[in-house]
Structures are given as structure tokens and as C-alpha cells.
Design a protein around this ligand. Structure first.
Ligand code: CKP
Ligand code: MG
Length: 299
């Protein structure tokens, strides 16, 4: 069985300096959940990714790339719709300079039946807030898998990953809060907390813990990350690295954190591994290309 099952849309990402007359781009595979799966595979874990990919050369290239990184894609579904894509100008500035071409894509056609079939045997499930923004069926797949996993005692991690280009904050908040009762480990950046809970950071974290979330991780960018549980708090500073490309850093943190938990580490050293993997991601170009192996981390 898989150590981690994750679901979502893998995108064709076109990177370019600037969309200007005569622009050229290079094509990469992207997608928050597939980034996490690659990060886990590089750290030696069995990662299974399920999503719909276009039934054409692009979809086959996406699957071959993930499989080449050691991700189990046997349960991925081919769909006659087009591949989802994004065009990224100047990678250091993801939030403002990503243009999505993913409405009605193959990835957005994901269904609950696609993903529930992959759950048996999984040790953990990892979900992000990108998937429910894609379509009603993807939202049902996301919530249905979280509910089924949590109900079966399989720990669910949830990276809030708000994408303002896909939906507005009110719609996102309503949908994202539905997964909270089924979440064991919630990961949010400081500015994403308000989407899933009310009040300042302390109040928001307390209400999430009250709602049954076992661990809340707050990401603070170059100031590191904190993890909160009923029994206390740990703070891990970021490593000082040259900032080459911050895209994928959140996914990298999730991969390292989940890796540590799968290895049986306590929360503090697991979060330290998450921050180390995120630092390696930030210091190298690409959403996941620079993610470290165990040897790179000295493990
Ligand atoms: O939050 P992160 O920077 O770790 O996520 C990056 C990914 O899936 C990136 O690969 C992109 O394709 C996306 O987030 C997205 O849908 O924006
Ligand atoms: Mg993120």
C-alpha cells in the first residue's frame, strides 16, 4: 500500500520571463499535490497520486514524468478533455504572475469514484485547497476522500493552499471549512488561517484544535514555521538560503513534514525536516525539480 495517497490536478507549467512579443517558454510538470508526491518519493516513501490527465501526448508526458520520479500513478484516469496548464512569468512572483488555462480541463473532471478506489491500504492521505476549487465533482472527490480516510482512521493532512485566481475568498472559505472536521494535520500560511478559522492566530489555532485537528502548522516564509498541538507549540526557524524560486516551497514543507512523521519522528524534528526540504526548494529553480533525496539531507 501507499505511504501517502494524494489527489489533484497535475498541470503543464510554461515558464517564461515575461509574456511579451516573441516570448518563449519551457514546459514543466506542476501541481501542488503531485509536487508533494515527488518530494515524498525522493525521500524514499511510497507515494500514490491520483488525478485525471488528458488522453494525449501531454497527459502521457505528465504521467511519465511522475512515474519517472517514482510516484505510483497506476490509478490515474485518462480523460478526453484537454490538459490543464499555467503560464508563469518570473517565477519569484507566483501569486501575481500565474495565468491558468485549466477551466474544464481533464484534471478538473476528477470524481469521487476515481479517488475512493485508491484509498485501501494507504497509510496517510494528503489533500490541498486547490482541488475543491476546480469543479463540483473535484470538490466532492476531495471531501469524500477526506471523510472516508478520516472515518477509517487514516490520518488526513490538509494544506489550505488558497488560489485567489480560481475562486474568491468567501467561496473558498465555505468549501475549505468543510474538510476541517476530517483533518488531522492542517497546514496554512499565516494569511490563509482566516479562511478556515476565525480570529487572530492564537484564536484561530485554538478553534482548529478544539474542532479536533490534532496538529496545526503555520508557515511563516523566511521566518520559518510553527506547529501547535493540544500540548504545546514548536517553532522552527527557516534556513538562510538564496531565494531562487519560492514556488513549491509549501509543497516541499509538506513532503518533508510527512516524511518525518512516516519515519516516526516527533513533531519538532519532523517539522525541521519539512523546513529543510522547503529551504532546498527555495534555493533551486522549478516547482519540485530541486527537491532533495535522503542523501541530500544527510539521512
Ligand atoms: O503553494 P506552493 O507554491 O507549494 O504550490 C505550487 C503549486 O498547483 C504549483 O506547482 C502550481 O501548479 C499549483 O501550486 C497551482 O495550482 O497553483
Ligand atoms: Mg502552498
Amino acid at each position: 500500500g501507499a505511504d501517502v495517497l494524494t489527489i489533484g490536478e497535475a498541470l503543464v507549467s510554461f515558464r517564461t520571463d515575461e509574456i511579451a512579443p516573441g516570448w518563449r517558454a519551457s514546459a514543466h510538470v506542476a501541481g501542488a499535490e503531485s509536487n508533494v508526491a515527488i518530494g515524498l518519493a525522493r525521500l524514499g516513501h511510497a507515494a500514490r497520486w491520483v488525478g485525471r490527465v488528458s488522453d494525449d501526448a501531454l497527459g502521457r508526458w505528465v504521467l511519465a514524468t511522475l512515474a519517472g520520479e517514482g510516484v505510483d500513478v497506476a490509478d490515474a484516469v485518462a480523460d478526453r478533455r484537454s490538459a490543464g496548464a499555467m503560464v508563469l512569468e518570473s517565477p519569484a512572483d507566483h501569486a501575481r504572475r500565474a495565468t491558468y488555462l485549466r477551466r474544464g480541463s481533464a484534471g478538473a473532471a476528477l470524481t469521487a469514484a476515481d479517488v475512493l478506489a485508491a484509498l485501501p491500504g494507504a497509510r496517510r492521505v494528503h489533500l490541498t485547497g486547490v482541488t475543491p476549487a476546480l469543479s463540483e465533482t473535484a470538490r466532492a472527490a476531495w471531501l469524500g476522500l477526506g471523510r472516508a480516510a478520516h472515518g477509517a482512521g487514516v490520518p488526513v493532512s490538509f494544506d489550505v493552499n488558497h488560489r485567489p485566481a480560481l475562486w474568491d475568498a468567501a467561496a473558498a472559505s465555505e468549501a475549505l471549512r468543510e474538510l476541517v472536521p476530517h483533518t488531522d494535520l492542517l497546514i496554512a500560511s499565516e494569511d490563509e488561517l482566516e479562511l478556515v478559522a476565525t480570529g487572530d492566530e492564537a484564536d484561530a489555532v485554538a478553534s482548529l484544535l478544539d474542532a479536533g485537528v490534532g496538529t496545526v502548522v503555520v508557515k511563516r516564509g523566511e521566518r520559518g514555521a510553527s506547529a501547535f498541538t493540544a500540548s504545546g507549540r514548536v517553532d522552527v526557524p527557516a534556513q538562510r538560503v538564496p531565494v531562487v524560486d519560492v514556488i513549491g516551497a509549501g509543497d516541499a514543507l509538506c513532503a518533508g513534514l510527512l516524511s518525518g512523521l512516516l519515519d516516526g519522528l516527533d513533531l519538532a524534528p519532523a517539522l525541521e525536516r519539512g523546513v529543510a526540504v522547503a529551504s532546498a526548494c527555495v534555493a533551486s529553480p522549478g516547482d519540485w525539480e530541486g527537491l532533495p533525496t535522503r542523501a541530500d539531507l544527510g539521512l
